[in-house]
Design a protein around this ligand. Structure first.
Ligand code: 5GP
Length: 190
């Protein structure tokens, strides 16, 4: 998506070897016009699929997920990070290792909001090592729902996530695919 690539070039900041900060338009300050276009792009890419629901993980997945939900006219459910030591009843759960924060989050979804046979599109802001998407796939399995695919705003193709999801046979659509960071600059896949 050209508009997104241009915005990453203009406002993205490369941190260290493999982190891209996009807090000027996606992760802290949010540009609703860009997000509207992102939601429409996901809807167009998955237009041939029947989708009942969108799943994401709080908090950075929520904005793109809501705009995709708006374009597809389906509800959006975000997995919550469980901060208490005890687990509430009636939830599906998964452990998600966060590469950026180097911690494991226990994420959960209330069983009222995901059920057997529902066709689910996963949306997230970044695909790095794939742990967030794999955690959601785990929850989708527990619920006996069906994963239709994953829509990713920014994929870092040099990390393991894309390969992992390809190997699982999950259709993945990424709106920007980053090949490498070189001297603090972003190089996109052609
Ligand atoms: P994964 O589970 O694929 O390893 O990482 C995905 C999650 O980590 C995303 O939901 C995102 O919040 C965070 N993340 C991974 N890499 C980056 C990055 O380069 N920049 C930002 N802002 N977040 C990232």
């Amino acid at each position: 998506m050209k508009q997104l690539e241009e915005r990453i070039k203009k406002d993205g900041r490369v941190l260290g070897d493999d982190i891209l900060k996009v807090d000027a338009f996606l992760n802290h300050q949010i540009d609703p016009d860009l997000l509207l276009a992102i939601g429409a792009a996901f809807a167009q890419q998955f237009q041939d699929e029947r989708i009942d629901k969108i799943l994401t993980v709080e908090s950075s997945g929520i904005a793109p997920a809501v705009f995709a939900g708006l374009a597809l006219h389906v509800p959006v459910v975000f997995a919550r990070k469980n901060k208490s030591l005890t687990l509430p009843d009636g939830v599906w759960t998964a452990d998600v290792y966060s590469y950026t924060k180097q911690t494991t989050n226990h994420v959960m979804i209330d069983q009222r909001f995901l059920g057997a046979g529902e066709r689910v599109l996963i949306i997230d802001d970044f695909l790095a090592n794939g742990q967030a998407v794999v955690g959601l796939l785990d929850i989708i399995d527990q619920a006996q729902a069906v994963a239709v695919g994953a829509g990713i705003v920014i994929e870092k193709s040099f990390q393991k996530g894309r390969q992992l999801l390809d190997a699982r046979g999950l259709p993945v659509v990424s709106l920007a695919r980053i090949k490498a960071f070189r001297d603090g600059q972003v190089e996109f896949e052609s």
